[in-house]
Design a protein around this ligand. Structure first.
Ligand code: HEC
Length: 137
């Protein structure tokens, strides 16, 4: 009788052990980001570039990279922009694109009723380049 009891207890312990090992506890949460060769990748594999000061100061209040906010998200901008150099033209002189009736600009302005024109003429070429590298490239 004692032997049967010992075997029973052994089986119960084995079953509990196996259950613990292979149950949901196995699934580990994926880390938020991984460092790889000095670059940090988010779960979406976007290389997290450090946000340039100029973007924080002039753009971040309305634009998030991944999500729409007051302004549209900036993801895949490189695929959306209608011609090379559009980004530069747009942020420094949106008015000129409106005057020229650039179809992409006009369509994109339907995004929200916010009347905001990107005429950041005070930005120098280095700053525009920094913004381009951060948001588009
Ligand atoms: C006050 C809010 C605001 C600020 C600040 C702002 N934007 Fe915008 N942005 C918008 C809105 C709203 C749109 C949608 C188009 C429109 O209505 O003009 C837009 C559109 C854009 C687009 C077009 C996106 C697309 O999907 O094609 C780009 C690029 C852009 N902004 C870049 C910038 C950059 C770079 C800065 C900083 C230098 C900036 N914006 C600052 C509100 C803002």
């Amino acid at each position: 009788m004692r032997e049967i009891l010992s075997i029973f207890i052994f089986i119960v312990i084995t079953v509990l052990f196996l259950y613990h090992k292979f149950s949901g506890n196995q699934i580990k949460k994926e880390p938020e980001s991984k460092a790889f060769c000095g670059n940090v990748f988010t779960s979406e594999s976007r290389a997290l570039k450090s946000e340039p000061h100029i973007a924080k100061a002039k753009c971040a209040a309305c634009h998030l990279y991944n999500r729409d906010a007051t302004g549209p998200n900036m993801k895949y901008l490189s695929l959306r922009q209608p011609y090379e150099g559009w980004f530069q033209d747009f942020i420094t002189n949106q008015d000129s694109l409106v005057t020229a009736k650039d179809p992409y600009t006009l369509a994109m302005m339907e995004y929200s009723p916010v009347e905001f024109r990107h005429n950041f003429q005070e930005l120098d070429t280095t700053q525009v380049k920094e913004l381009y590298e951060y948001y588009v490239e």
